[in-house]
Ligand binder design. Structure first.
Ligand SMILES: [Cu+2]
Length: 318
């Protein structure tokens, strides 16, 4: 990470002063407690409840682009090593379009850090209805500092004809940070075929379509994980380093297989977008390299409005 705020560094040092003193006095015990601190932990955080209006005969019900400030983080002074997004009912069962609700999108921003690609608050993770799980390769994590503030942007839809009350749920795996942590931090890079101003565009009817966007990297490091998002009708999305000629990740959409992702009209939504994970790396990125994202959509007999093509990469800067 390029910027470390002095305040956060002090808070971090104060929190681990005990462990450091222990290391000086009794190395074996301190090593054991550092190991215990680094042991993987799991926490499920629920956001909500949210009540989505019923669909009418012509329109889906929707809670369009709502913002919640300062939402719960699973931990502080820790590394998130993986996360699994979900949309659930109060009893914990999955809420999906077969019963109405759709997680159109959820995006988490950290307002304490600047987004590497577009500026503004840093986009650290997101999900569409496909709810893809992410796990970083062993030894890497998304650092959560004590000064971090998370904002959640969400958009929920309902294909059903009665209102539904749901929760956005994230199950995180994480490790506590300490001075002895060997976990390497990752920096998110948000590649978006729609660009920075608006992630969405419309596909034409009757012909396949493709949209690309490039970004000149401002950071150097190893890309260790990449996750993707497309809408209904998407074929695949990929990111390449056009400076080195290397394809970094390609993720193809799975749609219409799992019955949970088919609504009562027979309409399907994307059910999986397999992520890419590379250890030690999916590829090296150097400052000044050109990264290109390309999203492809199928030809259909009608235009698709507001489609997206997004890949979020996680880079260990070095
Ligand atoms: Cu989307």
């Amino acid at each position: 990470m390029s910027i470390t705020k002095p305040v956060r560094t002090l808070a971090f040092a104060a929190g681990t002063a005990g462990a450091l003193a222990g290391a000086l006095l009794a190395p074996a015990t301190a090593a054991a407690s550092a190991q215990a601190a680094a042991a993987p932990q799991t926490k499920t955080v629920r956001y909500g409840p949210f009540t989505i209006p019923a669909a009418t005969s012509t329109e889906h019900g929707e809670l369009p682009n709502q913002v919640r400030l300062n939402v719960e983080k699973p931990c502080t002074n820790c590394y998130i090593t993986g996360f699994a997004p979900n949309l659930v009912y109060a009893d914990g069962t999955r809420a999906n379009i077969n019963t109405g609700p759709m997680l159109h999108h959820v995006v988490f921003f950290n307002s304490a850090q600047r987004d590497v690609v577009c500026g503004g608050p840093r986009r650290i993770m997101s999900s569409g209805n496909e709810r893809v799980k992410s796990a970083f390769p062993a030894g890497y994590g998304l650092k959560v500092g004590s000064g971090d503030r998370w904002t959640m942007l969400y958009d929920l839809m309902n294909h059903g004809h009665e209102e539904k009350t749901v929760y956005i749920e994230y199950t995180f795996t994480y490790e506590r940070a300490s001075l002895l942590s060997r976990t390497r931090p990752v920096t998110p890079i948000w590649m978006d075929a729609g660009g920075c101003a608006d992630s969405s565009w419309d596909t034409p009817e009757g012909q396949p379509s493709e949209r690309s966007r490039t970004w000149t990297s401002t950071i150097s490091g190893n890309l260790v994980h990449m996750r993707a998002h497309l809408h209904h009708g998407g074929i695949d999305v990929r990111t390449a380093n056009t400076t080195t000629g290397q394809e970094l990740c390609r993720s193809a959409a799975v749609e219409g297989v799992d019955p949970e992702f088919i609504d009562h009209h027979g309409n399907t939504e994307v059910s999986d977008m397999p992520p890419c994970t590379g250890s030690p790396s999916l590829g090296r990125i150097n400052r000044g390299d050109t990264l290109q994202i390309t999203a492809r959509y199928k030809a259909t007999d009608h235009a698709h409005h507001g489609v997206m093509g997004i890949m979020t990469g996680y880079v260990h800067e070095s």
